[in-house]
Every structure is written in structure tokens, then in C-alpha cells.
Design a protein around this ligand. Structure first.
Ligand code: NAD
Ligand code: ZN
Length: 359
């Protein structure tokens, strides 16, 4: 097992990564409040891992309530916050309870938000079961639900007490979901960690084969990169925005295609390819660097082309994206592999050329 910390002073918390750790009560005990526990999960994950987590919590003599949501992004709704809080109230759960999120980013985001608002805040433990959730959504405290008018538009920054990532749970993860998570992994190398990017170039076959050592390294490095950035800018006052590399284009692709055609990581992969292209057009990176980025996304089996919609459609979505401030679309660009810049100063013609080049 490997453990690291998100360093936020009194609210610091551990991230534990390892095989079989879902069964280790000693990892859960320090993160639990004194009262009962509610496990929130989804309909795909429940038949696979719910019993194991239940058993671990029972060893700690905890009363456990289970709430199983339908699998899928549509469950990240205010209606389900009403449902979850209603179940907790009916069961008599007080401020001393703990919510455990067992699942992917959907379960993690809604559970974290439920924990933030239930009785003005109760303890939360993230138990991520997708690669995306292990390397990204479970770490850093961004929680929330979707509004019919926009994704993640209702939420809170609310840190968990612990993240417990049992890598055995990835055995059952469909290949497409696994590759999708790798887009965020590649992102960390690009924004922050040149050595990690090179390592990924050399070991992508082992990663795709889900070899235990390679997988452990991918998750550890990603969590460390994310934890470091979050520790320096918890509330996204500035630096943390670099985690959105590929996301300005990516969100526009998800929105333009009506969510569902592309998994989030797939849209981000195309977005990364586009951000690299835009960076090269603005002379921030060399063509050879752009080619390496493209090749790694390709080698991961992720898409590199966006569907051919009118450029104006993509641009319209970018302007409503939450990163557009003062009417200017903010981009995260690369200044070489391993280094990112945030800029609101990109000529619209260059953005259009990039979109055109990857449709
Ligand atoms: P998800 O939670 O929908 O999980 C993907 C699919 O895999 C689902 O069908 C799920 O039931 C299934 N699944 C989960 N674990 C499994 C397992 N071990 N074996 C088999 N199937 C399994 O999606 P996701 O990709 O994990 O997360 C996407 C969500 O995360 C989005 O809502 C996105 O907005 C959010 N997100 C949040 C942050 C953040 O910082 N909070 C960051 C990135 C993404
Ligand atoms: Zn993302």
C-alpha cells in the first residue's frame, strides 16, 4: 500500500492506494465520525463491492445504511440530494454520521455534496472505484450536482476525511472507462510533471494491460500531482485552474454532442490534442512536442478528432463555460511538456484554426 497526504493544515487528509484495502478497517477507522455510516453507491458498483465495504464497517461495529443510485450521470441531480438527505433524516442520522462514496465520479461528486450540506456538514470518505475517480474526482474536494442548464453548476468545495482507493476494484472496469481515466493521467504529466509524461510514453502498454506495478505508479503519481496543486490553491483562485488543461475544448465537445456520445475523458483527450495545437500555433511549444502529445493520446486508444459541427457552435459553448470570465474564454496552454500557463488572451482566429484542424 502507498499513502500520501493532501496538505491543508487542520483539514489535511490521507489518500491510501493499494490492493485489497477495501477490507482494511484500520484505514477507515480514523476517518469515521462517532455515529452511523451511510454508503452511497450506484447500481453497477453495488453488486460488485458493496458487501465488502459493508463487512469492513461492520467490523468497526458501525450501523450502516445503503443508498443505491441508478448508474449514470443523470443521477448527479438535486432530486437525488433530496432523496439522500431524506433517507438520512428518516433513519435519524445526526451530525455525527459519516457518508461513504463507493463508486465513480458521479457517486463521489453527489456524496461529497450531500456531506457538505447535510446538517451543514458531516464527514465524508471517498472510496473511488473508477480510474477517473481515483486519479481525479475523489481528490481535492470539488463536489456537486448538475443543473438542467449546466454541468456541475450547483456545488461546494468540501474535502473528504480520507480517500481509500482499492486498485482491485479496477479489475471490473470496462476498457473504455479505463482509457477515459487515462486522459486525466496524461494531463498531469503535461501540466506539471515532464518525467511522468516520459514514463507514460515508455510504459503505456503495461498501463493498458493494467499490470499491477504500472497501475500503482499511475495512480500514485496522479494523486500526488493533484494533491500538490490542490494544497497550493484549494479554492481555485488561480493555479488550480491548470487542472483544466484540455477541458475548455473538452467541455465544448461534450456540450455540443449533447453529453453521452463521448465519455468525459475522451472529450478531454481531444481537448488536450487541441490545446497542444493551439499552444504550437502561439509558439509556446515546438512541433516535435505537439507530435509527442498526439502520439501518446493515440497510443492510449483515445480519440483525437471532434465531430464536425459548425465552429460557431463550439465557440458558443466555450463562452458559456465557467472558465469564460469577463467575456474572454480562458485557456490552459502548454509552455513545453510539464508546464502550463493560464491565459485569456488567445486570438479567436487561432482557436477557430485549431478546431478546424481536428474535426
Ligand atoms: P461514473 O461514476 O459514471 O462511472 C463510470 C461507469 O463505471 C458507471 O457506469 C459506473 O457505474 C461504472 N463503474 C464504476 N466503478 C466500476 C467498477 N469498479 N467496475 C465496473 N463498473 C464500474 O463516471 P466517472 O468517469 O468515474 O466520473 C465522471 C464524473 O466525475 C462526472 O460527473 C464528472 O463531472 C465528475 N468529475 C469530478 C471531478 C471533481 O474534481 N470532483 C473531476 C473529474 C470528473
Ligand atoms: Zn476532467
Amino acid at each position: 500500500m502507498h499513502s500520501l497526504h493532501v496538505d491543508l493544515g487542520q483539514r489535511s487528509y490521507p489518500i491510501h492506494i493499494g490492493t485489497g484495502i477495501l477490507a482494511d478497517p484500520a484505514l477507515f477507522a480514523p476517518a469515521l465520525s462517532t455515529g452511523p455510516v451511510a454508503i452511497i453507491t450506484d447500481s453497477n458498483v453495488a453488486p460488485l463491492y458493496l458487501e465488502a465495504l459493508h463487512k469492513t464497517l461492520r467490523k468497526l461495529e458501525k450501523d450502516v445504511l445503503t443508498i443505491t443510485l441508478s448508474a449514470g450521470e443523470a443521477s448527479k441531480s438535486l432530486a437525488n440530494i433530496q432523496e439522500i438527505t431524506g433517507r438520512l433524516l428518516s433513519a435519524g442520522y445526526g451530525r455525527d454520521c459519516t457518508l461513504c462514496a463507493l463508486g465513480g465520479g458521479v457517486v463521489g461528486d453527489i456524496t461529497g455534496f450531500a456531506a457538505a450540506v447535510y446538517q451543514r456538514g458531516v464527514a465524508c470518505i471517498q472510496v473511488p472505484t473508477t480510474l477517473l475517480a481515483m486519479v481525479d474526482s475523489s481528490v481535492g474536494g470539488k463536489t456537486g450536482v448538475n443543473h438542467p442548464l449546466g454541468k456541475n453548476m450547483i456545488g461546494a468545495f468540501y474535502q473528504p476525511r480520507a480517500v481509500i482507493a482499492d486498485t482491485d476494484t479496477l479489475d471490473s472496469l470496462p476498457d473504455r472507462e479505463f482509457r477515459s481515466g487515462l486522459a486525466e493521467v496524461i494531463k498531469y504529466g503535461l501540466i506539471n510533471d515532464q518525467g511522468f509524461f516520459s514514463w507514460l510514453e515508455d510504459h503505456m502498454d503495461a498501463v493498458l494491460a493494467r499490470e499491477a506495478d504500472a497501475l500503482a505508479k499511475v495512480i500514485q503519481y496522479s494523486c500526488k500531482d493533484k494533491a500538490d496543486i490542490v494544497a497550493r490553491d484549494e479554492l481555485e483562485g488561480g493555479l488550480r485552474a491548470i487542472l483544466n488543461l484540455g477541458h475548455t475544448f473538452g467541455h465544448a465537445i461534450e456540450a455540443t454532442t449533447g453529453y453521452g456520445q463521448y465519455l468525459h475523458g475522451e472529450a478531454v483527450a481531444i481537448g488536450i490534442v487541441m490545446a497542444a495545437d493551439l499552444s504550437r500555433r502561439l509558439d509556446l511549444i515546438r512541433e516535435s512536442e505537439q507530435n509527442r502529445i498526439y502520439a501518446l493520446i493515440k497510443a492510449t486508444g483515445l480519440p483525437t478528432l471532434a465531430p464536425a459541427f459548425p465552429i460557431a457552435d463550439y465557440l458558443a459553448f466555450m463562452r458559456v463555460d465557467k472558465k469564460a470570465e469577463g467575456g474572454r474564454v480562458r485557456f490552459i496552454l502548454l509552455r513545453g511538456i510539464g508546464s502550463a500557463v493560464i491565459t485569456g488572451d488567445v486570438p479567436p482566429a487561432a482557436i477557430a484554426q485549431t478546431l478546424q484542424a481536428f474535426m
